[in-house]
Design a protein around this ligand. Sequence first.
Ligand code: TMP
Ligand code: ZN
Length: 431
Amino acid sequence: MGSGLLVHRGCGSNGSNDSHGLTIVTTCRICGDAIAAFMSFGEMPIANGFLDPGSVGNEYFFELAPAFCAHCGMVQLVEQPAPERMFHDNYAFHSGTSQTMRRHFATFARSVIDGPLRGRTDPFVVELGSNDGIMLRHFKARGIRHLGVEPSDNVAALARGLGIDTIGAFFNRALADRIVAERGRADVVLAANVMCHIADLPEAAAGIARLLKSDGVLIVEDPYLGATIDKTSYDQIYDEHVFLFSVTSIAKAFAPHGLALADVQEQPTHGGSMRYVLVPAGSRPVAPSVESWRAREAVQGLGRPDTYERFRQNCERSRAALMQLLDDLHARGQRVVGYGATSKSTTVTNYCGITPKHIAFIADTTPIKQGKLSPGAHIPVRPAEEFSRPYPDCALLFAWNHETEIRAKERAFTAAGGRFITYVPEVRVAS
Ligand code: TMP
Ligand code: ZN
């Protein structure tokens, strides 16, 4: 596939909306410079849009095409479906489904309690995109004043069921002002795997700047661009991830709102993430990690267009290798199933052209996904228990970011000769 867009919807202005609420940009959402897609993954459905077998035919598609802004370095989608299409009362992504993530957020919360909150009187913590309360439950357990902001009603209800104070809304300046008026300013604002979802980042950043105390701390954590480029983990690119941040680009995005990067810490979650600590400019010294990551990014070439051209070629190579393997296994009569109906897998199945002929079903532990079809590719999603009834010859590991947890759980599969297929950082079959 070439680097040109597959679909030309003929729009010349920034932020134009078609009748389906699709936003198409031709200028950078952060700095306003002209941008163009460096590749296209083709027509994509909503990544978490698992559908009832009866609704095939009504599916919504948009063109998944990332762009790199040569001016501010931000990698972003050219088209993004309206937020209401992705985050609603049937949102299929529940943070608490993985033990690794539950542990991660327990440690994350402890580091906030022992770090920025230490010594503060009656502190107040706000989390944006608090999902099922996977992180806020730890603040609640310690009696710390907290508030979750979560637009997907079903997961917000799970959090409320645990007694976690949660507002069902999208975050913006008006909501920030309401929170300040009703509860006061925040000591800490947390945003884990959510800032990269917010297309109007300048609006959210302005809201956070109003919400934070002058000595407050904003902690953002998201999949890291450097890891995606390094590992060709192109499946991090899907509708919800309108941005893929780097240390360099996130600093530029928040600077106009008076928030400066004070520290960065690499995280193993989601196959390679970065935690960014931002504070009102000048309120705290800047840790040496910020400069050393910026230097690493310069060496990696994250600020150069040719890096993204190479990434495109790597994606195409990865797709060809995976399809050759799956076609070959199919021709040899091997039974292959998918493991983990992740949001990321929607990009892989649709970009590569994986069909129910290649994988009989995808096993997944999330009840809301079971009995449904995967978005676009329409591969049935079945309860995790069906994985062993009987074991397949191979399992295509869509949840590759949980490989350690899954391998530990599925020792009987590999002991019986079953093999895992992974495609990050390269396509390989391993027992
Ligand atoms: P994530 O990669 O976005 O966290 O999504 C993980 C998906 O994989 C989620 O749908 C749950 C599923 N999953 C399993 O089915 N079994 C497992 O052991 C793990 C860890 C995840
Ligand atoms: Zn820009």
